[in-house]
Design a protein around this ligand. Structure first.
Ligand SMILES: [Mg+2]
Length: 278
């Protein structure tokens, strides 16, 4: 199928959905193309909210993390043990934010995300609270290393306390201040702790090799680290967003340096072109 036909098929699909009444049918074709990326997110969000497979993957990841703690606790070394974890889509489930965006017919925006954080109504990822309570009971220090803005700290802690997470106090949080790279924050922690495992849904949560990396570099780094996944680095599923997606738009941004953000119709076209053809 040619790229042109693929895009046309996408438009026809969206039109069909509109005709079936899931969305207002008064949209123009250009409006539908602009909303296509929002519509495309739906299946990923449903996977997160409804798929037993999603839950199983999360439990699987936390089971591995638990065994890492057990093994570390058995060693006779006296180093203080720590776990480094990302928050969003690793410990905290923000699929409700994705649904909110869908209902409001837009993609991610800083304003809507900040409002979501301030509402403090996110859920927990399956298995997360149980695991972190276990780590806490075993005397492991937890570091919540997230690229949520430091301005969101109070509301994030309020949300997590309500969900039952342990060690929810400022010294356990390292949110984003100047840089989105987490490497400096990880090194700071490693000065005083033996890091048992790093948990995240985005590979930048574990290793600087993925920081701002294009797709081919990410894939090569993932292959190079093949023995570390499920060992020191523990990965969670996220089919709705992440640097895996941002990497798709990097070339477009390089070609359009004036564009601070990508228009929805460009996002849609880039996604369609990103499909591997066989
Ligand atoms: Mg995350």
């Amino acid at each position: 199928m040619s790229k042109h036909i693929s895009i046309t098929a996408g438009i026809i699909g969206i039109t069909t959905v509109a005709i079936l009444g899931f969305k207002p049918i008064s949209r123009t074709i250009s409006e539908m193309v602009k909303l296509a990326p929002v519509e495309q997110n739906v299946l990923g969000v449903i996977y997160q909210q409804r798929a037993a497979e999603y839950r199983a993957l999360c439990f699987q990841a936390y089971n591995i993390a638990m065994s890492k703690i057990d093994n570390a606790a058995k060693s006779k070394k006296t180093a203080k043990l720590a776990v480094i974890t990302d928050l969003d889509e690793t410990a905290i489930d923000n699929s409700g934010y994705a649904v909110r965006c869908y209902n409001e017919e837009h993609g991610y925006t800083d304003d809507s995300w900040n409002k979501w954080c301030n509402d403090a109504v996110a859920d927990s990822v399956p298995g997360s609270v149980t695991f972190f309570k276990y780590a806490d009971k075993k005397g492991v220090t937890i570091f919540y290393v997230s690229n949520r803005s430091n301005a969101a700290l109070t509301k994030t802690m309020e949300n997590m306390k309500r969900l039952g997470f342990p060690q929810v106090s400022e010294e356990h949080f390292k949110l984003k201040t100047t840089t989105s790279s987490k490497e400096e924050r990880r090194r700071e922690i490693a000065k005083n702790y033996k890091i048992v495992a790093l948990l995240g849904d985005n590979l930048v949560d574990m290793d600087a090799a993925f920081d701002k990396a294009p797709e081919n570099v990410r894939q090569h780094a993932a292959d190079s680290l093949r023995m570390v996944w499920g060992d020191r680095y523990i990965v969670f599923p996220n089919a709705t967003y992440g640097d895996w997606e941002n990497a798709l738009y990097m070339d477009y941004r390089k070609a359009h340096p004036e564009a601070k953000s990508i228009s929805p119709d460009s996002v849609y076209a880039i996604r369609v072109r990103a499909l591997k053809q066989y």
